[in-house]
Design a protein around this ligand. Sequence first.
Ligand code: SAM
Length: 292
Amino acid sequence: MHASEKDDDRANFHREAKRDDEKELYRGDWRFDQTMPGAAREADSESVDRLRPYVERARTFVGWNLERVSPKRIGPGLPWDYKRRAKKLLARASYTLDVGTGGGELFAELCDAYRGRAVASEPWAVNAPIAKRALSDLRIEVVRAHSLRLPFQDDAFDLVLDRHEEMDPDEIHRVLAPGGTVYTQQIGRNEWNELRPFLPRMQDFGPLLDRYVRGFRRAGMIVARAETRDIRVAYRGLGELVYLLCVSPWTIPDFNPLGRDLAPLRRVEERLTTPDGLALTESRFIIEARKP
Ligand SMILES: C[S@@+](CC[C@H](N)C(=O)[O-])C[C@H]1O[C@@H](n2cnc3c(N)ncnc32)[C@H](O)[C@@H]1O
């Protein structure tokens, strides 16, 4: 492998790491209070009134429970079940790390019947104490840490889990013990790609599946499974989508649903609303890899 290629990948991982700063910007951001200049047209002000409660609620969002706004699936689902596989792997693990645990909701559910030791890392200062509370009954320690620079010893874990949180394959390899496994589900590149023509500031995090697989292999790991799938889903309405875009501020930089992004959002609603709801692509991939 060429050194320059590796440097390239590292640069990309670190570019993603900048997400944190962008995320922190979101809370209490003045831009979300601004409406269209003059908010002249009636339709605009109707949309602002309709969307504002979603924006307000997103402002106080903590943890990572999105059940209230999650879409329904239209058509075939994913050919894997992240939770089921993670539980299976947990059943034979003795020391597990969950990277970017959010509010710890998912990891608590996964560890319900887990008997081994576990630790969770969480980069966002707001969520780290929430995860701590959610996981304390299970005696799972939560460490506030950047997901690309894990504060753990080499060869520490026999299982690393990561759902929807950025990672550095070299770091995962480093903290895994020989024989250990990493299992991750990530957001794929085609996520919500129907929005791109309307909202061109939407970020493209690049070919992450390829990059991660290459990274694991280059670190010396054996990739047992790597699979990606796009499915069709429908959101109840534009409000749910706006809510999700607000709570993931890394998706559209400076997202301003009640101001400059209002007109494109209304076009999205007009063009993409179906009898099922607001229909979009949901893109996911999984990787399971082992350190020999
Ligand atoms: C997509 S969440 C996934 C959480 C968890 N692994 C799960 O699957 O439920 C990824 C990370 O983004 C963090 N995060 C969410 N909203 C954030 C915000 N506004 N600013 C900073 N970090 C945020 C979460 O705390 C979490 O660590």
